[in-house]
Design a protein around this ligand. Structure first.
Ligand code: ADP
Length: 896
């Protein structure tokens, strides 16, 4: 073992010395000198002379050399190995002569040869010949090895050149040029099969569908011919394109179909036949069943460069598919060797790789551009950040965001370092909410999150193209450091996700949900109400909202958006006044409110359904501000804007039960009043009899107090009679049994009569009557109008506690065809809040109670009923504490 170690050491030392600069330099100059023309002759002469001198010296020093000629052998071998056999042959002849002349006795003289010396010279010549043979063999081997090495180097050089060229067009040209130059061809053409972006062939390998990709060594005209030519798997090209094997032909002329065959009459058929046979031959050649001599050429078209020597090799992709063909030609026969073929196959292999590289490169470029475009167009802000929180790359949105944050370093720090650090610690799910004020001073909310950026170990993904070379270098360094791990973490991708709109939407959605919930609650509440509640808008009262009870009240379901008149008409619903008169559509509380914009309260209507059932209702229609509800007309105004529509909320109360109670009450009052009449008549009759009889002196004289008592009884009974009459009138009115006896009467005379009567009863009040006309004739029930006038005057007296003036006037308004009279007092007046209900039954104002003024609250009710039965109107003006004026207007000519 030690000896082996020592030898290895020795060999190593030797190699070191041999490769040392000085020795290498020396070797190089020797090699250079060796190439000079006379170097062989110099070595031949000096070698022979030196060998001769050495033998002579050895001879003189009486060293016995059995065959001195052998000393020349190294010179001969050296010349044969490094120069050529001619120098070696000359050296052999010289050596034989020297041995004969100098060393065969007698020495240094010409002499005849004897058997021994001939034997010696022949032996020497034979040994030298043998050595020469061996050296020649070694020389041949060396040349072959050198040639192979040279080719390999050439291939490597080509490979390097090809793979560094990424532009496909230039690459193709370079391949063709290299192939031509290395093989000594006259021209080279490169055909390609069309492929898609993924590198898959788009056409079959047969059918002449390849296209000319590059050509060198031809004239412009020839190039045009070649471009127009259909290239593909026919003739000599068939084995290459169809079967993917190389073809080398010494002389293409020999493969042409026989001239007679082409010229013959059945040219077409023959040509097809020859095509078929060429195809068959190609198949057999490709599968090793046929030598290349069996191949068929189909000839070349006019204008094509002459091809006698032909060499072609297929370009195979990684799946073994034919990707194209590299074709070489020469106008002289037998120009391509086996080596050329091997070389071309090598070049084709390199070219295939280079082409694939170019394709991948352009695909990667395209992809990178696509990714770039996507990256830039992302709405979210995206930035690539390295380990130190330095921004390597950012898209447009991120750029703008960082600009907006420019001054606020703390925020920027948060955004980048902190978030990136989370990602680098593999805390991917961390996201930070942040608010940024953008260029238009609008506050925007972002959710900033990051994920680690991983790249393949030696990767050069599209995102590796970062700004600034220093970053690239840094990447390279970290790449080297982590070469062992599969994926490298080179930084983080930070994403600002704009959640402003999403947040707004969420808030809006919540608000909407709340509103919806409230609306639903409200709907439930109003649905559960016993009264009908509905909302209408527009002058035609289109339904906006309604509760369940509305359907019951109307006896039909009212669809949303349907105008009220449509609804009533289509469902055969009619509406009547309390007294049974049909109500005009515009008099309905709902429509009146919408048309006038004023609320209507406690309005009595009677609904008659299609089936004839009736329903008395009390309606409150409240006008509401349409803008509050956001209700707008469908038609636009002239100005183009939409008008807010009038709207009303209507509550309908079913008063059937109330009506029934009222009817019962009226009936009871009626019966009671009726039953009271007889006893009252008896009491009043006897009281008056007592007074009259006593006055006539019949019976015993009554004491004063007895007389007063009887007069009180008489007055009280009168009031009771009046009250029962009023009550009976009320019940008659309610039951529709009040009959009026119309007849022409003079209103002026009627009022004068009543005033006269009242003047008698009061001393405290001054009643002034103003009559512009002598007489005003109206058709009335005089008794009932008298009742009205009396009631108004008695009220004026009754409610004027501190005032004494009462003004009465009777007027005629010819244009309006009405007679008008009023009663004005300066008494307590009626409180404003009770004025709207003052004509209701039993309604008495608070101040009447407060001042202890007696009354029933039936008088004004009866007045209104009676006046309206006369087709007249009654109304009043009153200010609390200042007085009231009650007006009555009656038609001059009755309409009834
Ligand atoms: P009564 O006078 O019996 O109470 P009425 O129906 O005649 O009933 O009147 C109804 C109410 O109207 C009265 O209670 C009173 O409060 C009010 N009123 C009527 N006339 C006047 C008036 N001239 N001045 C002040 N208040 C009046």
């Amino acid at each position: 073992m030690p000896s082996v170690a020592t030898r290895n050491k020795f060999t190593r030392q030797l190699t070191t010395v041999w490769n040392s600069p000085r020795i290498t330099e020396l070797r190089a100059s020797v090699v250079k000198w060796q190439k000079t023309p006379y170097s062989g002759i110099v070595i031949l002469v000096t070698g022979t002379v030196l060998a001769t001198l050495i033998i002579m010296v050895l001879d003189r020093s009486s060293v016995l050399l059995p065959n001195p000629g052998l000393v020349y052998l190294p010179v001969v071998a050296f010349l044969a190995y490094y120069w050529n056999w001619r120098y070696a042959a000359i050296a052999t002849l010289l050596q034989l002569y020297c041995v004969y002349f100098f060393f065969i006795p007698p020495k240094d003289a010409l002499k005849p040869l004897n058997t021994a010396s001939v034997t010696q010279l022949v032996t020497l010549a034979a040994v030298t010949g043998f050595v020469l043979l061996i050296v020649q063999l070694a020389h041949g081997r060396r040349l072959m090895a050198e040639h192979a090495a040279e080719r390999l180097m050439a291939l490597n050089r080509i490979g390097a050149a090809l793979t560094s060229e990424l532009k496909e067009e230039r690459l193709l040209h370079l391949i063709a040029e290299t192939a031509r130059d290395l093989t000594g061809a006259e021209f080279a053409a490169f055909t390609l099969r069309p492929i898609n972006r993924l590198g898959q062939p788009l056409v079959p390998s047969e059918g002449n569908l390849f296209h000319l990709a590059a050509v060198v060594g031809v004239t412009k005209e020839q190039e045009m011919v070649l471009e127009r030519m259909r290239l593909g798997g026919e003739g000599l090209l068939a084995p290459i394109f169809r079967h993917g094997v190389p073809v080398r032909v010494e002389d293409a002329l020999e493969y042409m179909p026989h001239p007679e065959n082409i010229q013959s009459a059945k040219l077409r058929a023959r040509s097809i036949e020859s095509r078929e046979s060429a195809r068959q031959a190609a198949f057999e050649y490709a599968h090793g069943h046929q030598t290349k001599e069996g191949l068929r050429s189909l000839g070349v078209p006019p204008g094509h460069p002459i091809v006698r020597s032909f060499l072609g090799a297929p370009l195979l992709d990684s799946n073994g598919n034919v990707r194209g063909g590299l074709l070489l030609g020469h106008s002289e026969p037998d120009r391509f060797t086996q080596d050329d073929e091997a070389l071309l196959v090598g070049i084709a292999a390199q070219a295939a790789i280079a082409l694939e590289n170019a394709r991948l490169y352009s695909a990667a470029q395209e992809q990178a551009q696509e990714l770039d475009a996507i990256f830039e167009s992302i709405i979210d802000g995206v930035a690539l950040v390295d380990d130190d929180g330095k921004v390597l790359r950012k898209n447009k949105t991120a750029h703008q965001l960082l600009k907006a944050l420019g001054k606020n370093t703390e925020v920027a720090e948060n955004l980048l370092r902190r978030v990136a650090a989370y990602a680098l610690n593999d805390e991917i799910d961390m996201s930070i909410p942040i608010t940024v004020v953008d260029g238009s001073k609008e506050e925007r909310e972002y959710l900033v999150s990051a994920s680690p950026l991983r790249q393949p170990a030696m990767g050069s993904g599209p995102l590796a193209a970062v700004e600034g070379s220093n970053i690239l270098e840094a990447n390279m360094q970290s790449t080297m450091q982590n070469a062992n791990s599969q994926l490298l973490r080179t930084g983080a991708v930070v994403v600002w996700h704009d959640v402003t709109e999403a947040r707004k939407l969420l808030v809006e959605r919540q608000a909407h949900a709340e509103t919806e919930a409230r609306r639903a609650l409200l709907q439930t509440v109003i649905d559960e109400l016993p009264s009908g509640v509905y909302l209408v808008s527009g002058r035609d009262a289109r339904l906006v909202l309604a509760n369940r009870a509305v359907t019951e009240v109307w006896g039909a379901s009212w669809t949303y958006g349907q105008p009220m008149s449509d609804f009533l008409k289509s469902n055969g619903i009619r509406v009547f006044h309390v007294d049974g008169r049909p109500m005009a559509l515009e008099d309905l509380a709902t429509l009146r409110t919408l048309l006038t914009g004023e609320s209507v309260y406690h309005y009595q209507e009677t609904i008659v359904h299609r089936d004839g059932t009736t329903l008395p209702i009390l309606t409150n229609a409240v006008a509401i501000d349409p803008q509050v509800l956001g209700l707008y007309a469908q038609e636009e105004t002239a100005g183009g804007s939409k008008m807010a529509e009038t709207a009303a909320i209507v509550v309908q109360q079913d008063v059937t039960a109330l009506k029934e109670a009222e009817r019962l009450k009226d009936e009871f009052i009626g019966i009671a009043a009726h039953e009271l009449r007889t006893p009252l008549a008896v009491v009043k009759g006897f009281a008056q009899t007592l007074i009259v009889q006593t006055a006539h002196g019949k019976g015993p004289e009554l004491a004063d107090w007895q007389m007063e008592a009887i007069q009180d009884i008489d007055q009280a009974t009168s009031r009771l009679v009046e009250l029962t009459e009023d009550l009976l009138d009320v019940t008659r009115l309610q039951a529709g049994r009040l009959q009026l006896q119309f007849e022409p009467a003079d209103l002026v005379a009627l009022v004068q009569r009543i005033v006269k009567r009242f003047k008698v009863t009061t001393e405290r009040h001054q009643i002034e009557l103003d009559t512009a006309e002598e007489n005003i004739v109206v058709t009335i029930d005089p008794r009932r109008i008298e009742q009205v006038v009396s009631n108004l005057i008695s009220n004026a007296i009754k409610y004027s506690l501190d005032a004494d003036k009462i003004e009465i006037a009777v007027l005629e308004d010819k244009s309006a065809n009405t007679a008008l009279f009023y009663v004005r007092d300066y008494g307590i007046g009626i409180p404003a809040h009770q004025q709207s209900r003052i004509f209701s039954r039993f309604m008495r104002a608070d101040n009447a109670h407060a001042n202890n003024i007696g009354g029933t609250g039936l008088g004004l009710y009866l007045c209104r009923e009676l006046v309206e039965r006369h087709n007249g109107r009654i109304w009043f003006e009153s200010v609390e504490g200042q007085g009231s004026t009650f007006y009555v207007s009656l038609p001059l000519m009755p309409t009834e």
